[in-house]
Design a protein. Structure first.
Ligand code: CMP
Length: 139
């Protein structure tokens, strides 16, 4: 059965361009509740740990450099069918392929600076949420 939680980051490009408020509004309007939230910044080391699953990919160094280039907002979100519904809300990884009205179509500029991260499975949602938040920070 699909889980009720997913994990997201508002990435450095969307934070830099002052899109935090608009993005959180879209998340709430889509029916997600915020269970934990943190404004923070990754180092190259912690970005590399978070994205370790991609460490063999050609884009890994650019990804780590970009994700540590400025502050991000990390959050755990709750909704029925959270992972799939959130990925639908944010749209395709490459914003040129994202459906109109999705967050990436509205706010992302490129596949690197693509405004949002969303977990791709229930298992990764738990791992990624726990990467940023202790159980005491998850309400
Ligand atoms: P995200 O959902 O955060 O997961 C990994 C990130 O790597 C992805 O969003 C993109 O921003 C970035 N990336 C860069 N190039 C690629 C690519 N060719 N395929 C997938 N992800 C990529």
């Amino acid at each position: 059965m699909a889980g009720k939680l997913t994990f997201t980051m508002i990435k450095p490009d969307a934070v830099e361009n002052n899109h935090i408020g608009a993005i959180l509004q879209k998340i709430n309007e889509a029916g997600f509740r915020i269970k934990a939230m943190k404004y923070t910044r990754l180092t190259k080391e912690t970005a590399g740990q978070f994205y370790a699953i991609h460490s063999e990919r050609g884009f890994f160094n650019d990804l780590v450099t970009f994700m540590s280039s400025g502050p991000i907002v990390a959050a755990i979100l709750e909704k029925d069918n959270a992972v799939a519904d959130f990925r639908e809300l944010i749209g395709a990884t490459d914003p040129t392929k994202a459906a109109p009205g999705t967050i990436r179509a509205m706010f992302a500029k490129s596949i690197d600076a693509n405004a949002m991260h969303g977990s791709d499975s229930d298992e990764n949602a738990e791992i990624e949420g726990n990467f940023f938040f202790s159980k005491l920070e998850q309400f």
